[in-house]
Design a protein around this ligand. Structure first.
Ligand code: ZN
Ligand code: ZN
Length: 132
């Protein structure tokens, strides 16, 4: 199943404030926020029900902070337990999506756009010698 393509502007101040209140925040919050980037991309399988969701930070074992947004553009940050469904394949991958998510489990969601982006970035970082 393909990944949902919903993008949203990341609510940075809201994310920073929420992370500061968690029991186990990132050690370098400004650096962490910079790495998250300006846009959030939904990580659920396409045609899922309910809100779009992006994994932000593991707040505890089996629990994570999720950014959720609906078609009205409103943002919510919610701590939720992980789904933890195990894939039927031999590698026994664990679904990291939040409990009660609809559509496919994380190990069954493909992300061609992100794979492509990663390839482009890696070429830029490691491919420069070949061009010289
Ligand atoms: Zn979505
Ligand atoms: Zn799942």
């Amino acid at each position: 199943m393909l990944q949902c393509t919903s993008l949203t502007n990341r609510p940075l101040e809201m994310t920073a404030a929420t992370l500061q209140r968690t029991a186990n925040p990132p050690s370098n919050l400004p650096k962490f926020l910079l790495a998250l980037g300006t846009y959030a991309l939904c990580e659920l399988g396409e045609e899922h029900d309910g809100n779009h969701s992006e994994h932000v930070w593991d707040t505890a074992v089996g629990e994570a902070l999720w950014l959720m947004w609906g078609s009205d553009g409103g943002h919510q940050l919610i701590t939720m337990p992980a789904c933890e469904e195990i894939s039927p394949s031999d590698d026994e991958l664990v679904c990291y999506l939040h409990q009660g998510h609809s559509a496919a489990h994380s190990w069954d969601v493909q992300d061609p756009a992100r794979d492509e982006l990663r390839e482009v970035l890696e070429r830029q970082m490691f491919g420069s010698h070949e061009a010289e």
